[in-house]
Design a protein around this ligand. Structure first.
Ligand SMILES: *Cc1c(COP(=O)(O)O)cnc(C)c1O
Length: 356
């Protein structure tokens, strides 16, 4: 028998979350953001769950885009970082991919290569994220390049928000965006999950939901459940060992948890090599037999310990939910000082995945 750990991926929940994103912004179409192996959920699993429904798929990696085409996906596919060298462009054309361009030389390369067809382009403005995109002083050259570029078909203007989930909001970036866009009447794409949920009026032509598709809340102070999102990934395992320790004894590496009373400790077949965050401290929430308890001590590579003191009926073989159905990944992430995005993306290859 294999180790009892498993990640269950709920296709209906993914579809539900996608439709919820789109319903927040009526009139907008929605790129399903499936970068990073669909935030750890499996690219082809996610694409398959949304194949009949999604308006398009957005990701980073050219090879992943090709894999989607080879799996039969016919919707538009957007490369969120564009392409990296002119050699990539043959595949871009062959598979009819759409491109984000964030540097002038990408457009120049596109022009020089002489593709057999024209490519839809998302021109990315840097309005304050300061990661990728054109700044206002680059606009004149950009306009001239676009006017003379026979390789470009439809142009969409886009930007990315830095703090749609925080105190800075989006108005400052929207102002810069509109200053840069000027009289532009063509399509526009602005909103990530946080903006879709907080500022649906910024939905415009194309929204770009990512984390919300997977049932993660983009907000520190609002749960996914309260937002109407359903968890897509449930990471579960079982108790494989039980120790009853006396007051004063410790658990795990570094002896970081010391029992104040007699404590029943359950050992779970899940560790950081499965993708569980090593930084999760004592007290991180976990479900044992459907009941909430806490982790104890340091997470090791293949195991972690949980408190069974108040769970008399729990023992060897009792199911454990690390996150997902019944325990939001956001809560576990918060306890570990990270965000659900990172938990999902870190799911290790060795964990068997079951798609339902
Ligand atoms: C990842 C990404 C998104 C999705 O962001 P979420 O916060 O996961 O919704 C949207 N747009 C771009 C450009 C991205 O890189």
């Amino acid at each position: 028998m294999p180790r009892p750990i498993e990640a269950r991926i709920d296709r209906d929940a993914l579809l539900h979350n996608y439709l919820l994103a789109r319903s927040r912004c009526p009139g907008s179409r929605a790129w399903a953001v499936v970068k990073a192996n669909a935030y750890g959920h499996g690219l082809l699993t996610a694409a398959d769950a949304l194949a009949e429904t999604a308006d398009g798929f957005a990701l980073l990696d050219l090879a992943e885009a090709v894999a989607l085409r080879e799996a039969g996906i016919r919707q538009p596919i957007l490369l969120l970082e564009g392409f990296f060298t002119a050699d990539d462009l043959e595949l871009v054309a062959e598979h009819r991919l759409s491109l984000v361009v964030h540097r002038l030389d990408q457009l120049q390369m596109l022009r020089r290569v002489g593709l057999p067809l024209r490519v839809p382009v998302y021109v990315k403005f840097n309005t304050g994220m300061n990661r990728l995109g054109f700044r206002p002083e680059a606009l004149a050259a950009l306009r001239e390049e676009l006017a003379n570029n026979p390789a470009v078909s439809e142009v969409t203007l886009m930007t990315h928000f830095a703090d749609a989930d925080g105190g800075q909001g989006i108005d400052w970036q929207l102002r810069r965006f509109h200053e840069m866009a000027g009289e532009w009447r063509g399509p526009v794409s602005l909103a990530n999950s946080a903006a879709i949920l907080c500022y649906p009026q910024a939905g415009r032509d194309w929204i770009r939901p990512g984390i919300m598709l997977y049932g993660g809340s983009p907000f520190a102070d609002e749960s996914a459940e309260a937002l109407g999102l359903r968890p897509v990934m449930t990471l579960s395992s079982q108790i494989i060992g039980v120790q009853t320790i006396a007051a004063g004894e410790t658990v795990g590496y570094g002896c970081t948890f010391r029992a104040e009373r007699e404590t029943r400790v359950g050992v779970v077949a899940c560790g950081y090599a499965d993708g569980y965050p090593r930084h999760a401290p004592t007290g991180t929430p976990v479900l044992v037999g459907g009941r909430r308890t806490r982790t104890l001590g340091r997470v090791s590579m293949d195991m972690l310990a949980v408190d069974l003191s108040d769970l008399r009926e729990a023992g060897i073989g009792t199911p454990v939910t690390l996150w997902g159905e019944g325990l939001a990944a956001d809560e576990v992430a918060m306890a570990a000082g990270t965000i659900s995005y990172e938990l999902f993306c870190a799911l290790a290859k060795r964990v068997p995945v079951k798609v339902v």
